[in-house]
Ligand binder design. Structure first.
Ligand SMILES: [Zn+2]
Length: 245
């Protein structure tokens, strides 16, 4: 599943579609009125967390890549697109195996950009406030909570917890204030590190915990488990990642 930084890369790649006019809208989506999109001018391409957003004059399209979604710009895959937007200048945006929804045109009313870890409007104090209001939340679930850390996915979760030496099963309410602050800071910092490494095609080389079998600090085996309410895979070290219980 693409995490926030991957959607930022898509947004940057698709930025040149701003101002283009949709000549043809096709695809096997059953949630969009495709003919109504034809003739619409793309006002902006934006992103919120793991969602890619296309702003049109009277509506907006929200694309979520789920587990297996993908996209191609100015090229096509062999499989049928969920949504294909072909512009009057011949350029096209193609989306596959994703969730597509038509939402209200007022994106600033629909989204609180302060909750997006990649956004210039990201508000760490607001994130800390949300965390303090949920003391029973486990660290592994907190990072995946899109209402707190929009854009953070499972890779970022595992790497942030390892980086700040925090156990995935630590209760948020048990964390000392500096650790809570570090959690919020590194959720954003690691996301930007992820973005840079992904652009340089070296992301996986930088994984220290995600999918790894040995702790690079302690040289003992990582624990693995589908932890928390999210049941997503966790890779962690029982020795150097503290639980604060
Ligand atoms: Zn360790």
């Amino acid at each position: 599943m693409p995490e926030g930084p991957s959607i930022v890369i898509l947004r940057e790649e698709a930025a040149r579609f701003k101002g283009k006019t949709i000549a043809r809208a096709e695809g096997n989506t059953r949630t969009l009125d495709l003919p109504s999109l034809e003739g619409a001018k793309i006002k902006a391409v934006r992103s919120f967390g793991k969602q890619f957003l296309i702003a049109l004059p009277n509506t907006a399209l929200r694309i979520h890549f789920m587990l297996f979604g993908s996209y191609r710009i100015d090229e096509r895959k062999a499989s049928a697109p969920r949504l294909s937007l072909q512009c009057t200048d011949g350029s096209e945006l193609n989306f596959y195996a994703c969730s597509v929804r038509q939402i209200d045109a007022d994106l600033d009313g629909a989204y609180d950009w302060r909750g997006d870890v990649m956004s210039p409007d990201w508000d760490p104090a607001l994130a800390r406030k949300k965390l303090r209001a949920a003391p029973d939340l486990l660290a592994c679930d907190a990072l995946l909570d899109q209402d707190i850390f929009a854009g953070v996915g499972n890779i970022i979760k595992n790497e942030v917890l390892f980086r700040i030496r925090l156990h995935p099963l630590a209760r948020i309410g048990d964390l000392p204030a500096p650790k809570l602050r570090q959690l919020v800071e590194q959720a954003r910092q690691y996301s930007f590190d992820f973005l840079e490494w992904k652009k340089q095609f070296v992301l996986k080389q930088h994984w220290l915990a995600h999918t790894k079998s040995t702790c690079p600090r302690c040289h003992i085996p990582f624990k693995k488990g589908h932890l928390g309410q999210s049941r997503r895979r966790s890779f962690y070290c029982e020795r150097c990642q503290k639980r604060y219980a």
